[in-house]
Design a protein around this ligand. Structure first.
Ligand SMILES: Cc1cc2nc3c(=O)[nH]c(=O)nc-3n(C[C@H](O)[C@H](O)[C@H](O)COP(=O)(O)O)c2cc1C
Length: 209
């Protein structure tokens, strides 16, 4: 599989007109042929107001021309970083296909309606988990977390609607550049990058590997 993709490479001629379309093609291949545990897992890198970087994995839940959406806790480290500095990088590590996609852009919170609609699709236990965890804060013990969850489970038994936590929601990353990286022989990899233009279109440039 890896060999196949390495031999095929990636050329300007076969690229889609927009990076989202190109992403959709590669994402479909990653999901069906990539033998990846979670093809929608991506590494989100943020930087705080002083420029200190941090990275973590999250799951991509939606993408279209408006951007790439993930959900998280708005009090978490990443969310605090994004409030101070909305510039963000998303990296999809599709090593089994000798591929990576790197999105650079700006993150905005999703609207409450969109967040609520997604929250409703989550399993009951995950909904309670979103309430139980003060993500990124230091806690005394595992027991503290388990007690918090048990209290919530008692208050909202299975079948009862769990309200959307006010501190939880989505970020939509609006892409400014999207790089498609295809590993090739002899380190002569293909790197094609879409750059957003002021007129709303995209320019494609090739980068040296
Ligand atoms: C495969 C995988 C998927 C994850 N998906 C999410 C996610 O969708 N949202 C989320 O907030 N954290 C997710 N996490 C946990 C994050 O990596 C991270 O621990 C958490 O968001 C806190 O990050 P922060 O303290 O840097 O804000 C995931 C972790 C892994 C390994």
């Amino acid at each position: 599989m890896r060999k196949h993709y390495r031999e095929e490479g990636l050329s300007e001629a076969e690229l889609a007109a927009t990076p989202v379309e190109q992403f959709a093609r590669w994402f479909l291949q990653a999901a069906t042929e990539g033998r990846l545990f979670e093809p929608n897992a991506m590494v989100v890198s943020t930087a705080d107001a002083e420029g200190r970087p941090s990275s973590r994995t999250v799951l991509l839940k939606h993408f279209d021309d408006a951007g790439f959406v993930f959900y998280t806790n708005y009090d978490s480290r990443k969310a605090r970083d994004l409030t101070a500095n909305p510039h963000v990088s998303l990296l999809f590590p599709w090593y089994t296909m000798a591929r990576q996609v790197i999105v650079a852009g700006v993150a905005r919170r999703t609207g409450r309606d969109e967040t609520a609609a997604y929250f409703r699709t989550r399993p009951h236990g995950s909904q309670l988990g979103a309430w139980a965890s003060a993500q990124s804060s230091v806690i005394a013990s595992r027991a503290e977390l388990d007690v918090s969850y048990a209290e919530l489970a008692a208050r909202y038994p299975e079948g009862e609607q769990v309200p959307v936590p006010p501190h939880w929601g989505g970020f939509r990353v609006v892409p400014r550049t999207v790089e498609f990286w295809q590993g090739r022989e002899n380190r002569l990899h293909d790197r094609l990058r879409y750059v957003f233009l002021p007129d709303g279109g995209w320019r494609v440039e090739r980068l040296s590997p």
